[in-house]
Design a binder for this molecule. Structure first.
Ligand code: SF4
Ligand code: SF4
Length: 358
């Protein structure tokens, strides 16, 4: 049987403390595609495999059944051990047969199993083992948002390059590759929303209509990130245009045109192509002076009150987590990074107060 878990093993070797969010997601994605060794016990209603009689000829008139071996940790938690290779299994010293099983098949089996397990550990007793709670493991195979997330990770994984900056390798997405990443980000962000109700009812959709109702200009213009411009073909909601980068205060790295869309009829728009800026609002990306990445609330960024921030309304945790992940992917593009960095330094220099959300 030909299968190889080298990529999974390599990811498992990264220390959890320094593992980035992408590496963690890629590791989980790899886990969902893997075939692993599962130690099993063969069970039979009519034959005692543990105490066979010498010279006994085994004749079974029933289908062969098996159940996974359990191990226990110091707290008596029930653990289901899995192994990435036969060598790792032998190293563990567990005396049993094994089968090779797709993790997806294992998840389906465990969903309906009578046996209870608390945790799954891959390569227990090895220096580079990985443990995951059973519920979290089963969640990896739930479709919908995970599919979209995995889709994005796959493209990100393909398109990212590693470059050496000082002594570290940094992940970067070259700008031409953003056109593959942006549609995946739109798909993923389509699945989440800041709260589970229509927050526009709290404020009359002020974040969409403020500009046209309160400024001299009757235009609402939204700046796009690299690659977003390709999402706008002929559409009645938006008008795409561009500025020369020298015309506005943008980072020097933005040498080409900067694209903008005019939102023609706010608060109505074709939501499937609304810009990232609208999709991740009211969260704003921020890079701290020591390079840590955050999402923040910065009320000084907009001239109106957003009730979600002002009234401290809890945002959906999924919205925060996915938005954070999306922005960590986006800042791998050097232009996006420079833009977020520039805005963050302005915030710091002006001593603007903001609230870190994640
Ligand atoms: S995000 Fe804030 S400002 Fe925008 S519609 Fe919702 S509550 Fe209103
Ligand atoms: S694009 Fe849509 S969500 Fe964004 S400001 Fe315009 S109407 Fe509002």
């Amino acid at each position: 049987m030909k299968f190889d878990n080298k990529k999974l093993e390599k990811l498992m070797m990264i220390e959890p403390e320094i593992m980035t969010i992408y590496e963690e997601e890629i590791l989980l994605k790899e886990l969902t595609k893997s075939q692993l060794y599962l130690p099993i016990e063969i069970v039979s209603d009519s034959f005692d495999f543990e105490n066979p009689h010498i010279s006994e000829t085994i004749t079974l008139d029933e289908p062969l059944k098996f159940k996974p071996i359990k191990i226990y940790d110091d707290n008596n938690s029930v653990i289901l051990p899995l192994f990435t290779s036969s060598e790792k299994f032998k190293e563990s010293g567990i005396q049993s047969s094994t089968i090779v099983i797709y993790t997806e098949d294992l998840a389906n089996m465990l969903k309906d199993a009578d046996e209870e397990y608390n945790e799954i550990i891959i390569n227990p007793s090895n220096k580079y083992s990985m443990s995951i709670y059973l519920n979290s493991f089963l969640d990896l195979f739930i479709e919908d948002i995970n599919d979209n997330l995995l889709d994005l990770i796959e493209v990100f994984d393909e398109k990212m390059i590693l470059i050496k900056e000082n002594q570290d390798y940094i992940k970067r997405i070259p700008t031409p590759e953003m056109k593959r990443i942006i549609p995946k980000i739109y798909n993923l962000l389509d699945k989440i929303s800041p709260v589970n109700f229509d927050c526009g009812k709290l404020c009359g959709e002020v974040c969409c209509v403020y500009d046209i109702e309160n400024k001299d200009s009757d235009e609402l213009v939204l700046y796009l990130l690299p690659g977003e411009e390709l999402m706008y073909g002929e559409d009645n909601s938006f008008e795409l245009y561009h500025l020369d980068s020298k015309e506005i205060k943008y980072p020097h790295s933005w040498k080409d045109n900067i694209y903008l869309v005019k939102c023609i009829n706010p608060p109505k728009c074709n939501r499937s192509i609304r810009p990232i800026q609208c999709r991740t609002f009211p969260l704003i990306p921020h890079l701290s002076k020591n390079g840590e990445f955050h999402l923040i609330f910065d009320e000084s960024e907009f001239p109106y009150e957003c009730p979600l921030i002002h009234d401290n309304i809890d945002l959906n945790s999924e919205f925060i987590e996915i938005t954070y992940f999306v922005w960590t992917v986006l800042i791998c593009n050097p232009l996006v990074y420079d833009l977020v960095d520039m805005d963050s330094r302005i915030r710091d220099n002006r001593k603007i107060e903001y609230e870190i959300v994640i």
